[in-house]
Write a protein that binds this ligand. Structure first.
Ligand code: BES
Ligand code: MN
Ligand code: ZN
Length: 501
């Protein structure tokens, strides 16, 4: 398991910066001049830092980070000069932290923050830095890392020391962020993990291991799913050697008797398309088709780590979509747990069949105050929004504005798309109550309308299609290329804003 770097907070006054090894990070002040730590290093460095800021290049440029390699006069091998810009907002703080993280290499890191900004802002910087240091090196053999990045460095630094004017205050402000970083790392690992390792059984084991954090875990196996009538979910997994499962994670530490927020995730550990098999080019990316389930697990982990006073239940459907003699066929009709019959016209539209039963189960069992599902559901959402926004749908305006605010506050970019009866009509089946695709046009919306059918009228609901934002082919502000953990921060924030007492 990949874990965030250990971060230590210490008073800046005690530090002798010139004698520290590894990488030193210092800041400009809000006006584009040198901050206190930067000024003290500048003398030893013969004025190199003040030369860098003299032309005003750092002014109002949040996120600008310059590297000084092998600086004369210091024990450090690298100094990073970072600009937060004037009055940095959380977005500027994240951008700066991410930019610092992207330029760090191996070895110890010391970040001297005194005077750079207030504790809340600095906590964001440190969090962003920790997120950007994520490195999934599970399958890189030792000795295989000579190449390194542009600085010749490879792998995340293990120790980060943050020096601050008030180290205790910054440590306190950083605590909830540490829980969030762990949740995001956990989600990213699940997404990056290949499908021969992350089988449905291994996924369930990783969920079960979270019991030690105080989460209540229930793994529902095939025979019981059969009894419950979860035939839509089971149909998808029929072609796989890995048994289908539904996993439930309960965190009920809010007011007793208050209905929980329900989070539901698509956990297709690999999506070949089934008998409606996908083209081979790019199919390896379908190891990320459990991204929705990963986000749900990451949020539940965060809530447990920070002991959130809230009632939240997470449900994920864990299946593998494979072609086989026992696999479901195009044209098959199954009865879902709700009782509606589904004509499976395309076995590659499997996510919605899995979610149909998960949504129904969570509503019947927990009578949730609201349901939010996340799924790498459609390629169509990538056509609509690219890789820069998740697409989301909502049936309740209060929940919608709370979610929009939470996502915006943490920087998880998302764009709302419409629901509508006309779209739902595209899913009409000649033989059954509904079919599992509505044709090419409006593909993300007809998928959402399929799910809508399995949401009770009285349940406020949001569906988030994360197909475009779960796995990226290049590095982003807060993540190296690969899994992003998109959504963990937004949902953690939503819980904090709306479901905590
Ligand atoms: N898992 C895919 C969607 C997907 C595509 C996720 C690309 C991430 C990147 C989903 O199960 C799927 O195959 N959807 C089909 C639906 C179609 C058959 C109606 C699609 O989008 O092509
Ligand atoms: Mn599919
Ligand atoms: Zn899929």
């Amino acid at each position: 398991m990949t874990t965030p770097p250990a971060i230590e907070f210490a008073p800046e006054a005690d530090a002798e910066l010139g004698g520290l090894e590894g990488t030193l990070v210092v800041f400009t002040d809000g006006a584009g001049g040198l901050g206190t730590a930067a000024t003290s290093l500048d003398h030893a460095m013969g004025g190199a830092l003040s030369r860098a800021v003299k032309d005003g290049a750092f002014k109002e440029k949040a996120g600008r980070v310059s590297a000084f390699e092998w600086p004369a006069g210091l024990a450090a091998k690298k100094v990073l000069l970072a600009a937060l810009g004037p009055d940095p907002d959380p977005a500027a703080a994240r951008k700066t932290g991410g930019a610092i993280g992207a330029k760090l290499g191996k070895g110890p890191v010391t970040v001297a923050t005194a005077g750079a900004a207030g504790e809340e802002t600095l906590a964001q910087v440190v969090w962003a830095l920790a997120l950007r240091l994520y490195d999934f090196d599970e399958y890189r053999s030792a000795g295989d890392d000579e190449e390194g990045d542009e600085n010749g460095d490879r792998g995340a630094p293990r120790e980060v020391t943050v020096l601050a004017a008030d180290a205790d205050a910054l440590a306190r402000a950083s605590r909830p962020f540490a829980a969030l970083a762990e949740g995001i790392y956990f989600a990213r690992d699940l997404v990056n993990e290949p499908a021969n390792t992350l089988t449905t059984t291994e996924f369930a084991a990783r969920i079960e291991a979270m019991q030690t954090l105080g989460l209540e875990i229930e793994i529902i196996e095939e025979p019981e799913l059969e009894q419950m009538g979860a035939r839509a979910l089971l149909a998808v997994g029929r072609g796989s050697e890995s048994p289908s499962k539904m996993a439930v994670m309960k965190w009920m530490k809010g007011p007793q008797g208050e209905p929980p927020l329900a989070l539901v995730g698509k956990g297709v550990v690999f999506d070949t398309g089934g008998i409606s098999i996908k083209p081979s080019a790019g199919m390896e990316e379908m190891t990320m088709d459990m991204g929705g389930a990963a986000v749900v697990c990451g949020v539940m982990r965060t809530l447990a780590l920070r002991k959130a006073p809230a009632n939240v239940v997470g449900v994920v459907g864990l299946v593998e979509n494979m072609p086989d003699g026992r696999a479901q066929r195009p044209g098959d009709i199954v009865r879902s747990m709700k009782g509606d019959t589904i004509e499976c016209v395309n076995t590659d539209a499997e996510g919605r069949m899995v979610l149909a039963d998960c949504l129904w189960h969570v509503q019947e069992t927990y009578k949730p105050a609201a349901v939010i599902d996340l799924a790498t559901l459609t390629g169509a959402v990538i056509i609509a929004l690219g890789h820069h926004n998740a697409g989301w749908f909502a049936t309740d305006e209060k929940l919608a504005s709370a979610f929009a605010g939470a996502a915006e506050a943490v920087g998880d970019a998302a764009w709302r798309l419409p629901l509508g009866k006309k779209y739902a009509e595209q899913n009409k089946s000649r033989l059954a109550d509904v079919k599992n695709t509505g044709g090419r046009s409006g593909g993300s919306i007809t998928a959402a309308e399929f799910l809508h059918r399995f949401v009770k009228d009285e349940t406020p609901w949001i569906h988030i299609d994360i197909a475009g934002v779960t796995l990226l082919s290049s590095a982003s502000e807060l993540a190296p290329k690969g899994a992003t953990g998109w959504g963990v921060a937004a949902l953690d924030r939503l819980v904090r804003d709306r479901y905590e007492r």
